[in-house]
Write a protein that binds this ligand. Structure first.
Ligand code: XBP
Ligand code: MG
Length: 263
């Protein structure tokens, strides 16, 4: 019997940003939204719990609209709020990038190590995220240094595609820009909306969960980890087979990719 195998080589790593590269949501984006609401003398305040519910929707402008539609009583909806959302969101982005510039939000364990190893081995790098482009460049600048922006061949972010995650569009955009097929790439995500997007673009996906996403459905993932880990700080495997590894390095990424494309 002739069993055909796909021996397409892995060529590129595509990273989500929020929740994957860094734990930005609870102590970053949420705080910046609240600062913008205060700046505009609004009585909105998003608690950690409420924000968890609002994460059902990706995109900051879309999240505010969702809050208005699903969390406010009709009589409490400020007049002209829909027109005001872009301005409010610009203020939120300003507060968020200011917060990042203080170095308050570090990268998650193993992220810097994996990116460095991937670069050393000649892998191409890209970003596919829902967040605003300025937020990505601020995070990279204040964690890996300004030159790191150039390490990523494509930074696909924000409104560059009309349909945000869970739509596959942002990953398809990145693949198209790199002129690569899905089976030549691997995606790194942290959330259900994220993996719906990456799997929708036919990418095999490595998940590192966080507090907001641990209960999400990751049945399409090639592995689910609590973090990427470091050589002296092992990850925990939540689902899948780490092939005996204790941290996510390029050898493990390559194995997971080969297994996934031959499944
Ligand atoms: C990220 C998001 C974004 C950020 C806020 O999702 O949902 O909305 O929370 O960013 P993902 P903006 O990690 O799946 O890409 O306010 O800049 O939109
Ligand atoms: Mg994410």
């Amino acid at each position: 019997m002739n069993i055909e195998t796909n021996d397409k080589k892995l060529k590129a790593f595509i990273f989500d940003v929020d929740g994957t590269l860094s734990d930005t949501e609870r102590d970053g984006h949420r705080v910046a939204f609240n600062q913008a609401f205060e700046e505009y003398d609004m009585d909105w305040h998003w608690s950690v719990e409420t924000y968890g519910k609002l994460l059902a929707v990706t995109g900051g402008k879309e999240r505010m609209k969702y809050y208005v539609d699903h969390f406010l009583d009709k009589d409490n909806i400020p007049e002209g709020i829909e027109q005001k959302i872009p301005e409010l969101h610009a203020a939120k982005t300003r507060h968020y990038t200011e917060l990042l510039s203080t170095g308050a939000i570090p990268l998650r364990p193993g992220v810097e190590r994996l990116i460095a190893e991937a670069r050393q081995r000649g892998y191409r790098l890209a970003i596919a995220t829902t967040t605003t482009p300025e937020n990505v460049t601020a995070l990279l600048t204040h964690t890996l240094g300004e030159s790191s922006i150039g390490w990523f061949e494509v930074i696909a972010a924000g409104d560059i595609v009309p349909a945000k995650k869970p739509g596959p569009d942002i990953y398809q955009y990145a693949l198209n820009e790199m002129q690569l097929s899905a089976d030549e790439c691997i995606a790194f995500e942290d959330s259900e909306n994220g993996i719906k997007s990456s799997a929708g673009a036919n990418l095999c996906t490595i998940i590192t969960i966080n507090d907001y996403t641990r209960e999400h459905d990751f049945s399409d993932a090639c592995i689910v980890l609590d973090q990427m880990g470091e050589p002296d700080k092992s990850f925990s495997v939540i689902a899948g087979d780490a092939n005996g590894a204790s941290c996510l390095d390029c050898n493990l990424v390559e194995k997971l990719h080969q297994q996934a494309i031959n499944r």
